[in-house]
Write a protein that binds this ligand. Structure first.
Ligand code: SAM
Length: 229
């Protein structure tokens, strides 16, 4: 599987490759019980989960702190931890059983210092302990970009950025222009990738935090999804 990463310019040590394999095994072991992913074929797991997550690796500043919203099975955070051991992650996930899995997976790859929070972005984003405390927030496959901005931007310090991992995102980028502005951001670098073996197009979007997020946001009570900014 080394080649899959190398073809995208990601060179891994044997130790990093071993960690990916340990992670894959525990993911499949828990998958029957916890319904974490529909992707189970080895090559597909490496491309659609591991490589897809790792492609964003250069968007995060050295030694930065990152809060991930909606970790699920740990994407993109766990592949990023393996590829970028300097990054300090906090994982936020609404479903309790997925948090149980995340803790087990982190133990297996030797990342017991990572904090796993069980709850919703709408609540933790209002908590002083977490609000505007991170260099970055990040998320993949949680909501459309306008909703996702309201979940993720409150966690980022002024001067930091929210990194969104998306599929083909042209329409969502336009749709989220107002949300980005209202929440204190502006669009930065937007990079398009193609996954190997025709597994699809991906976009990584950087949203820079140039102003504090007004205290009204996140609004809560499902408003982020029902009436996005
Ligand atoms: N990020 C993972 C991935 O790319 O495979 C998981 C994606 S899964 C489709 C979405 C996850 O986000 C679910 O595990 C769900 O429980 C979580 N989630 C959705 N809304 C959330 C919220 N407001 N706060 C925290 N977690 C949330």
């Amino acid at each position: 599987m080394r080649k899959i990463f190398e073809e995208s310019g990601i060179i891994l040590s044997q130790d990093q490759l071993d960690k990916f394999e340990i992670y894959r095994e525990i993911l499949l072991f828990y998958n029957d019980k916890f319904n974490i992913t529909t992707i189970t074929d080895k090559k597909e797991v490496y491309i659609k989960h591991f490589l897809d997550s790792a492609l964003a690796k250069d968007f995060y500043v050295d030694n930065s702190s990152i809060l991930e919203v909606g970790s699920g099975g740990g994407f993109p955070s766990i592949p990023l931890m393996i590829v970028r051991p300097d990054l300090k992650f906090t994982l936020l996930e609404a479903t309790g059983k997925k948090c149980t899995f995340l803790k087990e997976a982190l133990k297996e790859i030797g990342k017991t210092e990572v904090e796993v929070l069980n709850g919703r972005a709408e609540d933790f984003g209002k908590d002083k302990k977490y609000r505007e405390k991170f260099d970055h927030s990040t998320a993949r496959a949680v909501a459309r970009l306008n909703t996702l901005c309201e979940y993720c931007m409150p966690f980022v310090k002024k001067g930091g950025s929210f990194i969104a991992l998306k599929g083909n995102a042209e329409e969502e980028i336009k749709e989220a222009e107002n949300a980005v502005k209202v929440l204190g951001g502006r669009y930065g670098e937007i990079k398009n990738y193609t996954l190997p073996f025709e597994e699809g197009k991906r976009t990584v979007i950087k949203i820079e935090k140039i102003n504090n997020t007004p205290s009204l946001y996140p609004r809560g009570n499902g408003k982020e999804r029902k009436s996005p900014l």
